[in-house]
Design a protein around this ligand. Structure first.
Ligand code: ATP
Length: 237
C-alpha cells in the first residue's frame, strides 16, 4: 500500500534560491504528520508546492496515487486536498459565512449546507458571528475561520500552515484540540508549525526541516524526547 501523500526528492527554487533541497516524506491515511523547523526552513514552500501554487524544479508529489506535479491548484482541491495558508488569508470585507462558502467553490454537489453546519459545530462562534465582516475577527477567530473554510472543500487531507501563529496560549490549545477532533472524524492532517512542542504532542509522526532538508524524523514522542530537538526547538539547554 502506498501512502496517501508521497513526497519524493522534492526540490523547489525561487529563481536561483533553492528553498527546498530534495526532501522526501509520507503522510498515511488517518495520520497527523507535522513538519517543524525554524524560519526559512522551507515549510511554507513545501505546502504551497503540494497544493499546486508553486511548481517543483525536481522530484514528485503523489496524492492517492496521482502525480500532482502538473495538476492545477483548483483541481488539486477537487481531489480532496485542502490548504489553510500561513497568515490565514481570509477575505476581510466578506462576512464569516461568505468566507466559509468560498471554501466550497470547487464542489459540485449540493450538500454544502450540511458542511456549513459541520463548520459551525466545530467552531460555534462562527455561527454566532456568521454575518460579521471577517476582517473584524481576532487572530484566533480568523484562524478558526481559515480552518472552517478549508474544511468546506471536504478534504481527505488538510494542510495547516502555522495555525498557532500569534495566538494566545488558550486559543492555541483550542486550535490544537480541533486538530485532534478532525483526525477523529477521519481527516488526515499535515501540520506545519514553529511551535514544535504543541505540534509534536499532537502528531503521530514528524519531520524536522532545516534549510531545505529533512534532518530528522520519527514519531511525535521520539522527536519530543530527542536531545537535538529539545535543544534546537524546545529551547532547552
Ligand atoms: P517561515 O516559518 O518563516 O514561514 P518557512 O519554513 O515556511 O519559514 P519558507 O517560507 O518556505 O520557509 O521559505 C524558505 C526559503 O525560501 C527562505 O529562505 C525564503 O527567504 C525563501 N523564499 C520564500 N518565498 C520566496 C519568494 N517568493 N521569493 C524568493 N525567496 C523566497
Amino acid at each position: 500500500m502506498s501512502a496517501m501523500l508521497e513526497v519524493r526528492d522534492l526540490t523547489v527554487a525561487y529563481g536561483k534560491i533553492k528553498a527546498v533541497k530534495g526532501i522526501s516524506f509520507d503522510v498515511e491515511q488517518g495520520e497527523v504528520v507535522t513538519l517543524i523547523g525554524t524560519n526559512g526552513a522551507g515549510k511554507t514552500t513545501t505546502l504551497r508546492t503540494i497544493s499546486g501554487l508553486l511548481r517543483p524544479s525536481g522530484g514528485s508529489v503523489t496524492f492517492k496515487g496521482k502525480d500532482l506535479t502538473s495538476v492545477p491548484a483548483h483541481d488539486i482541491v477537487q481531489l480532496g486536498l485542502a490548504h489553510s495558508p500561513e497568515g490565514r488569508r481570509i477575505f476581510p470585507r466578506l462576512s464569516v459565512e461568505e468566507n466559509l462558502l468560498l471554501g466550497a467553490f470547487a464542489r459540485k454537489d449540493k450538500e454544502i449546507s450540511n458542511d456549513l453546519q459541520a463548520a459551525y459545530d466545530l467552531f460555534p462562534i462562527l455561527e454566532e458571528r456568521r454575518a460579521q465582516p471577517a476582517g473584524t475577527f481576532s487572530g484566533g477567530e480568523q484562524q478558526m475561520l481559515a480552518m472552517g473554510r478549508a474544511m468546506m472543500s471536504r478534504p481527505e487531507l488538510l494542510m495547516l500552515d502555522e495555525p498557532s501563529m500569534g495566538l494566545s496560549p488558550l486559543m492555541m490549545k483550542r486550535i490544537m484540540t480541533t486538530i485532534t477532533t478532525l483526525q477523529g472524524q477521519g481527516t488526515t492532517i499535515l501540520l506545519v508549525e514553529q511551535n514544535a512542542q504543541a505540534a509534536l504532542r499532537r502528531a503521530n509522526r514528524g519531520y524536522v526541516l532545516e534549510v531545505g532538508k529533512i534532518v530528522l524524523s520519527g514519531t511525535g514522542k521520539e522527536l519530543l524526547a530527542s536531545d537535538d530537538v529539545r535543544k534546537a526547538y524546545l529551547g532547552e539547554d
